[in-house]
Write a protein that binds this ligand. Sequence first.
Ligand code: DX5
Ligand code: ZN
Length: 237
Amino acid sequence: MVGKLASQLNKVGQKGFDKPLIAPSLLSADFIDLKNELVRVKDGDLIHLDIMDGSFVPNISFGFPVVAAVSKNTDLPLDVHLMIDRPERYIYEFAKLKAQAITVHFEAGGHLHRTLVAIREAGALAGLALNPGTSFESVVALLPYVDLVLVMSVDPGFGGQSFIPEVLPKIRMLDKYRTTQSKRFFISVDGGINEKNAGVVVQAGADILVAGSAVFGTSDASLAMLKLKEAGKSRLL
Ligand code: DX5
Ligand code: ZN
């Protein structure tokens, strides 16, 4: 497995890992001006792409043509978040579009172990997303097969919702698990992330902050990402 994200994963938990990584979520971008929007977030660490099918979540976002266009117009690693039923059908297509991480939802079901293994075999980091109501205990058997856990801090489907603080203990449990079990995976947190909650989220164990409206909703996206990074570090020792 090659790719920038994979090499950063090797540093997780070590001194040289400068967390948090910031993942601007394209869902909040201006879609008529995507090329420029990608330039605005070029200082980000990865670009988060929310794929919604109108069935798993009550919203439809965008699909392959947009992901292909983004892939050709950014140097940032693509972080694909699949909010779709039966995501195993599309792993290969997203890997071909150079997704460096492909994340499927625990709640989408199916044979999740097989799906996660298939993502790694396709050459991407295997991500597992957990809705706010999904417990740490329900996913623990899958953790040896993941490279990234995406903790949803809103119910998936829409940008611009409020952060649900009750997910913080789950982030702490995931962080404790990887330390005690010597496992290596990113903890990414998605939904309602802003300067006010970034510190506590990173302190709880997050490595990656996904942010849509807090980045694209401002006039200076670079500054917004820098502020999120600084806020994220603020509670670290
Ligand atoms: C929600 C998506 C998020 C969304 C975040 O279902 O998974 O990635 O874009 O947007 P904000 O940061 O505005 O909550
Ligand atoms: Zn997302």
